[in-house]
Design a protein around this ligand. Structure first.
Ligand SMILES: Nc1ncnc2c1ncn2[C@@H]1O[C@H](COP(=O)(O)OP(=O)(O)OP(=O)(O)O)[C@@H](O)[C@H]1O
Ligand SMILES: [Mg+2]
Length: 256
């Protein structure tokens, strides 16, 4: 079984934190090898995971566009890109990282996009699980990963504005006709209980809440010290809740 989980949500609500906690919890459940894809142009998933990527897909694409007419005779574009793509994968402990980086620039070239998308889909099947940490919108998702997303986690804090953004993302999935099997809401960074207004917004979105991740001072401390989530103590309240969330998701997948 190869499971693909995408994480989306309004800026700053905790997508990258939840993605990294998911990686940690999934590895603890033996879901290795795992591929983490940073699909946010202002990427910092690598930092949070403690894996440093040297090259992004955006850069690889821009370089390919420049070299396209100078490829040695007999080297098809597909093979060249496949080789380069593998060079862009950064290997960590149990988790490999792929960074999408910035957009394609002015010379957008459909053949390159098409080949990349195909390889990304093949690449995913080589892993037990893929986590896609997305930018606030879902544009990358629709451009890069056309099919095979098992679970979309829409992350929001308890603010009504973030919850409304979560609702928009949920509707965007329908508008873009993204092939996603299951969608859930994850509430993150919770301090006190939710306000009645927030509860109303959640009910209006209509997504099942699969996790309520508390605000965790241990994360603030790790973040401040520039240390990766992998070093977060096992008793971290946020990690414990995301581990429960992962158990629920895996249980649902087993039943599917
Ligand atoms: N549960 C939590 N407890 C404590 N701090 C948290 C929690 N979740 C996120 N944070 C902190 O909030 C900030 C924003 O989180 P994060 O970077 O994960 O959000 P994001 O949605 O990925 O943001 P962006 O839209 O910029 O990519 C970070 O400093 C992170 O450490
Ligand atoms: Mg982020």
């Amino acid at each position: 079984m190869s499971l693909t989980i995408a994480v989306a949500g309004k800026g700053g609500t905790g997508k990258t934190t939840v993605s990294s906690l998911m990686v940690r919890a999934l590895l603890a459940r033996g879901m290795a090898p795992l591929l983490a894809v940073d699909a946010d142009p202002n990427s910092n998933l690598g930092e949070t995971l403690g894996v440093e990527a040297s090259r992004s897909i955006g850069r690889l694409q821009a370089e390919t566009l420049k070299q396209i007419h100078d490829l040695p005779a007999g080297v098809p574009l597909g093979r060249h890109l496949e080789y380069e793509l593998h060079q862009a994968i950064e290997e960590g402990e149990g988790v490999d990282l792929l960074v999408m980086g910035h957009g394609e620039g002015p010379g957008c070239y459909c053949a390159v996009n098409h080949i990349l998308r195909k390889y990304l889909e093949t690449l995913r099947s080589a892993y037990r699980c893929t986590i896609l940490d997305n930018e606030a919108g879902l544009e990358h998702l629709s451009r890069r990963v056309s099919s095979g997303i098992d679970v979309l986690l829409v992350v929001s804090d308890g603010n009504p504005a973030a919850l409304r953004a979560a609702g928009r993302i949920d509707r965007m999935v329908d508008d873009l006709e993204l092939a996603i099997r299951r969608r859930f809401l994850v509430l993150n960074g919770l301090t006190d209980g939710l306000t009645p207004r927030a509860e109303e917004e959640i009910a209006a979105i209509g997504l099942a809440v699969v996790g309520r991740v508390p605000h965790d001072p241990m994360i603030t401390e790790m973040n401040g010290a520039g240390r990766p989530i992998g070093e977060l103590p096992a008793e971290s309240a946020a990690l414990r809740e995301v581990s429960r969330l992962v158990d629920k998701l895996l249980e649902k997948e087993d039943r599917a």
